[in-house]
Design a binder for this molecule. Structure first.
Ligand SMILES: [Zn+2]
Length: 272
């Protein structure tokens, strides 16, 4: 599932191809993804309109156009890629934005949990976006914010950092990775974490996400190549998907447990 770093890498990848380009055509081959695609409205609002900028809030991509904002969410399996305009559609290419550069932005989503929506006003007031917690890279996501939000909670620290009302965009992979980096056991109840350990965890989340963006960002050229896979498939993880392999800090075998239906990887020695 695309997490925040993948969405940010996607944003950077498509930005240079979309910014200041004019939309010449919209093709929609699917009535509904997670919600109905407002195709008629999008054709009216977008065709002939220039793309001003591409922002990200949590895992939402926000394309600022002349008349408003296109809101895109990649869902469970969505990808965006830029290809020459005459490229034949692939299976699950549900939505296309054609540009005056002769390139096309294609939205592919086999599981169809993604979203393509329209918002005329500033999307920060949109119902899906207004309640998203601070961005992990913002100064407002700090040890005091984390401590104040978890210090009465019995829920595991892993589930708390994956809760999008506490911090935006930390999914399963980077929750596992950040907790290992901070030396915190994923099942520890939130209320057991001291302010100092919250500080360690906030730092670990920021470093982990930044590093993932950096590594995903190393293969941005893939976004113009129809057979290119996004860079984020090449990530190297500390614990994620490494059951039975040696911990990179202490060499002990990495454990795996299913916690709240999500695969949880950790080192029983380094994470307490
Ligand atoms: Zn270890």
């Amino acid at each position: 599932m695309p997490e925040l770093p993948e969405v940010e890498v996607t944003r950077r990848g498509i930005e240079e191809h979309l910014k200041n380009k004019t939309i010449t055509k919209i093709i929609s081959r699917q009535k509904t993804l997670r919600w109905p695609i407002p195709t008629t409205l999008l054709k009216k609002k977008l065709v002939g309109s220039k793309v001003h900028k591409i922002c990200r809030r949590g895992k939402y991509l926000l394309l600022k156009c002349e008349n408003g904002w296109l809101i895109v969410h990649l869902g469970m399996s969505g990808t965006l890629r830029i290809v020459p305009e005459k490229t034949r559609p692939e299976k699950h290419d549900h939505f296309e934005i054609w540009l005056n550069s002769k390139f096309t932005l294609k939205f592919n989503d086999p599981r169809r949990f993604g979203a393509i929506l329209w918002e005329s006003e500033d999307p920060k007031y949109h119902p899906l976006i207004k309640s998203i917690a601070p961005e992990p890279f913002c100064n407002s996501f700090n040890k005091n914010w984390l401590f104040d939000n978890i210090n009465k909670r019995n829920a595991s620290i892993k589930s708390l950092i994956m809760n999008s009302s506490i911090v935006a965009g930390v999914g399963n992979i980077y929750a596992n990775e950040s907790l290992h980096k901070a030396g915190i056991h994923p099942f520890l109840p939130g209320k057991m974490l001291s302010r100092d350990r919250c500080h360690m965890l906030v730092k670990a989340i920021k470093i982990t996400l930044k590093s993932a963006i950096k590594h995903g960002g190393s293969s941005l050229q893939d976004y113009v190549n129809i057979d290119g896979l996004p860079g984020y498939f090449q990530q190297k993880y500390l614990v994620y998907n490494r059951k039975g392999m040696p911990c990179k800090k202490c060499n002990r075998k990495i454990s795996k447990q299913i916690h709240l239906q999500r695969a949880t990887y950790f080192c029983e020695k380094c994470q307490i």
